[in-house]
Ligand binder design. Structure first.
Ligand code: ZN
Length: 149
């Protein structure tokens, strides 16, 4: 049987990457990831599960040379807007405490995070979209001059 023209555009296999977690934090299990590294021309989309756990998981402050959208979607079938956890998100010098499913958009160059997710009571579907053609670049705030922090 010949390969179909669009077959490679449909991804059903997990990415070849290790689960991320802080030592005491909830695990982030890679689910699906597509970008220019595994499909020419694709922008970056990464989907993960955040598993339940009592302790915070943290992303450190950073920015990207591309626009980014993240989503945290709770899995309570009775209330899909219940995040099932508490997320604390920093965008530049502003702090947000979020307990509902959310999308957050970070224009390129805007420092975002730390993002702490604590008291995860149900799995959370997390996704990250960046309009880059390969794997995303991270510019860590701790590595930037003080004026950028
Ligand atoms: Zn980011």
């Amino acid at each position: 049987m010949t390969e179909k023209k669009w077959e490679k555009y449909i991804l059903t296999e997990p990415p070849k990457m290790e689960p991320k977690s802080s030592p005491d934090g909830p695990k982030m299990l890679p689910l699906l990831m597509q970008n220019g590294a595994n499909l020419d021309g694709a922008f970056h989309v990464n989907c993960m599960w955040v598993t339940p756990g009592p302790n915070p998981g943290i992303f450190e402050a950073h920015s990207h040379p591309y626009d980014e959208m993240i989503g945290f979607v709770g899995t309570n079938p009775e209330d899909p807007y219940d995040l099932g956890a508490e997320a604390t998100l920093w965008i530049e010098d502003e702090k947000y405490v979020i307990t509902r499913s959310f999308l957050a958009f970070f224009p390129k160059g805007v420092v975002h995070c730390p993002l702490t997710v604590s008291n995860v009571r149900r799995p959370i579907l997390l996704f990250d979209i960046q309009l880059c053609r390969k794997r995303p670049e991270f510019i860590w705030a701790k590595d930037s001059p003080p004026a950028r922090r």
